[in-house]
Design a protein around this ligand. Sequence first.
Ligand code: TYD
Length: 206
Amino acid sequence: MGIWDKFVVLEGLDGSGTTTQLDKLVAHCQENGIPCYRTFEPSDGFIGRACRDVLEKRETAETLTLAQLFAADRREHLKQIRSKLEEGCWVFCDRYLFSSLAYQSLNIDFETVLDLNKDYPAPGSCFYVECSVETSAARRGGRDSVDLYEKEALQRKVAQNYEKAFAAFYPSDTEKSINPSGQLYRIDGESSVEDVFDSIRSILKL
Ligand code: TYD
């Protein structure tokens, strides 16, 4: 077993339910005495907080600067992740470099974002909780309804970028993979919270 095998990442559109699934995974591990560590990106470290300041419009930054901040936050965060993995914990992470590829490449070149992230390890398992743009919008609760169409159009592009990211990291021809370890699992996010959870738990054999 490699060090990154127990590194599990959940990805999805805003409102796809990754946070709910992480709550359930952690509760399940705790109930069963399985050591685990829950985390998220952007992290709560100082660079991650800078990312949130930009995302939440308390600060402004060039789009390339933001992409660099996400990548720098990841570099620091990975030290924390690695040390938890070395302790033997499962590490469950809400979003990872696939989010950078999906979101930052809305504004800058996909290859540029890829280049910023190409040296980072692939997680042992990446779960892409797939749900339609309409469902994820409904789950976000119709906030900012004035911008809803615009937001839906944006999420549609994010979904397309996720596909480009997965094609780069998990090509059918593994020789061409940026990092040939790890596995991508597509989970049907339209099904119930329990069904999604059961799929993830059974794939991880937890
Ligand atoms: P967050 O409050 O965690 O929302 P969610 O519950 O939807 O994950 O916000 C994370 C936001 O940050 C989300 O809109 C995606 C964005 N993001 C990026 O743009 N690039 C990245 O590399 C990461 C990790 C997140």
